[in-house]
Ligand binder design. Structure first.
Ligand SMILES: [Zn+2]
Ligand SMILES: [Zn+2]
Length: 110
């Protein structure tokens, strides 16, 4: 014999004088029609709905953390390339500044 959960005898968690119409699947508490909200086909209470939106916000940095290792490798490569680039341009610019430098001209004109 399958017995339907006795919702009619249960009272809303927020409204003691109201009969509950739904049970929140997350916190398993009973709520009246006013206290539950449809969320993707599930009737959730306001608390769980809020908690869900908060946990969704918390998940965002989690996704970022997952993509951090390849990002770190990319940054490492970028730093290595930048160091090489600075070294290469540094080696190129140093002789040219000596060539066009005022010290060289001062020595020749003197
Ligand atoms: Zn709930
Ligand atoms: Zn209620």
């Amino acid at each position: 014999m399958h017995k339907q959960p006795d919702l009619s005898t249960k009272r809303c968690f927020n409204h003691a004088n109201r009969e509950s119409v739904a049970r929140c699947p997350d916190c398993a508490r009973f709520f009246c029609r006013e206290c539950v909200n449809d969320h993707n086909g599930r009737l959730l209470c306001a608390d769980c709905l809020l908690e869900m939106s908060v946990s969704k916000e918390k998940q965002k940095p989690g996704i970022l953390h997952m993509s951090l290792p390849p990002l770190r490798i990319g940054l490492g490569l970028l730093a290595a390339w930048l160091a090489f680039y600075l070294l290469a341009t540094g080696l190129l610019t140093i002789p040219s500044t000596i060539h066009d430098g005022a010290i060289w001209h001062e020595q020749t004109t003197r």
